[in-house]
Design a protein around this ligand. Structure first.
Ligand code: HAM
Length: 420
């Protein structure tokens, strides 16, 4: 027997009608970001592995989860685990005028242990603003992300906010934290010991009960902020207050990627369970352009997981799958020629239409018409063909059927569709 293949572990197919919600989500994001002056950026799905390695060796995504490979020219490449690095690489390469404001929609690849809401190929919508250190841009991105969730109808989303300070503040805090943890190794879960010295910030994310108890007493990054970093953070908060975006300050929010300076934030949905409840996160990354070989340039942005947002939307019954259907379904039991011609006449005049194929019976075609979600069916039988008419049958409202002339069909149909 020939093996029947399945999608690889941790990946999934998105089929109609689920994909209609996907379309709505992306369209809504394009509208929100476009309306804020962000343009679409498309960059390659894979890069020189160095582009992602510069995200930082303290990043698990980089250290353990990268899909890397050698191509036929012996180049060491990797599939993108996230969207920011490619955008910054493109910024360095093309030197656009600043601030450079862009958005993207992209698959991301991470070799993680799959579970509900966590995939090996997930998808993000995201936005980045490069070339400006203005804290109002942090607030703009956070508030725009907030408005995007609102527009989708998600009510259970909340925001946590923190500042990692400048690169120097972050370094000073990290060193202090390493020393502090080093004195308390006995109290930490042994599995967190390697991180305690090498990647102390990661210990703050530990979900292990024993470590959590000691982490609760750990020093706070906010005590290490320089005056400048504090002023930046205050301006971001003032922006969110003015724009009516509620948030909670969380000094433990360091996020999993190593590049963050100043603002970091995460939106979580109460409709999702536990560890996989983040529907998006972001922050400022003022050193990243330089570490990718470019001139020093500030940057700030966010990414939001499409699958997680849709899971939250499911739980909140927020996005519907209804609207993906065509308006008209054409049923032709006289050989299909009239059906073919009418379908195209409607489509070419801006009325969405579909039809049955394979010359099936009236009953079978009507079943497909019902399933299609169309509002009306147009029927062509022998009587209609002889009289040069079509019969309109309402598929949702129980109104009586109507006979329409074959000529001028579009004009007769338009007002009826408005009522259907
Ligand atoms: P991130 O927090 O790693 O940030 O991912 C952003 C969002 O992608 C998460 O909040 C979550 O919704 C979703 N996500 C991440 N991993 C998975 C997964 N394995 N399965 C399903 N969904 C997932 C970034 O990627 C940064 N590039 C965000 C950013 C942009 N920071 C600055 N600019």
């Amino acid at each position: 027997m020939v093996e029947q293949f399945q999608a690889p572990k941790g990946t999934h197919d998105v089929l109609p009608v689920e994909s209609y919600r996907w379309q709505q989500l992306v369209a809504s994001f394009a509208q929100v970001m476009g309306g804020a002056g962000y343009g679409l950026v498309q960059s390659p799905m894979f890069e020189d592995i160095g582009v992602f390695q510069r995200l930082g060796e303290g990043t698990e995504v980089v250290r353990k989860e990268m899909y890397d490979f050698y191509d036929k020219g012996e180049r060491h490449l990797a599939l993108r685990p996230e969207g920011t690095a490619s955008v910054v690489r493109a910024f360095n390469q093309h030197r656009p005028t600043v601030p450079w404001k862009v958005w993207y929609v992209t698959p991301c690849f991470r070799y993680e242990e799959p579970q509900a809401g966590r995939f090996r190929q997930h998808h993000q919508v995201g936005a980045e603003a490069l070339g400006s250190a203005d804290p109002d841009l942090d607030a703009e991105l956070i508030a725009t992300q907030h408005d995007f969730y609102q527009r989708l109808g998600l009510k259970s989303v909340s925001l946590r906010l923190n500042s990692m300070g400048s690169a120097n503040d972050r370094r000073a805090y990290t060193e202090h934290l390493a020393a502090w943890l080093g004195q308390r190794l006995d109290d930490l879960d042994p599995q967190d010991h390697p991180n305690a010295s090498e990647h102390p910030l990661r210990v703050l994310d530990s979900k292990r009960e024993r470590s959590r108890r000691i982490i609760a007493q750990a020093p706070h990054i906010t005590d290490f902020l320089s005056d400048e970093a504090r002023a930046h953070f205050e301006r971001v908060q003032a922006g969110l207050d003015a724009l009516g975006v509620a948030y909670e300050l969380d000094t433990r929010l360091v996020r999993g990627l190593d590049y963050y300076t100043h603002s970091t934030w995460e939106f979580a949905s109460a409709a999702l369970s536990g560890a996989q409840n983040a529907v998006g996160g972001g922050g400022r990354y003022d050193g990243l352009a330089e570490s990718l070989g470019g001139k020093p340039a500030s940057g700030v942005g966010f990414g939001a997981g499409i699958e997680r947002i849709l899971l939250a939307a499911d739980a909140e019954q927020a996005l519907d799958t209804d609207g993906g259907a065509v308006e008209v379904f054409v049923v032709d039991v006289c050989g299909g020629s009239a059906g073919r011609d009418i379908t195209f006449e409607l489509r070419r005049n801006g009325i969405s239409a579909d039809r049955a194929f394979d010359g099936r019976s009236m009953k079978a075609q009507m079943k497909v018409a019902d399933r299609s979600g169309a509002r009306v069916a147009l029927l062509v039988g022998t009587d209609e063909l002889a009289a040069d008419t079509v019969t309109l049958r309402y598929l949702r409202s129980g109104e009586p059927q109507v006979t329409l002339l074959r000529s001028g069909l579009v004009e007769q149909l338009a007002p009826l569709l408005a009522r259907a």
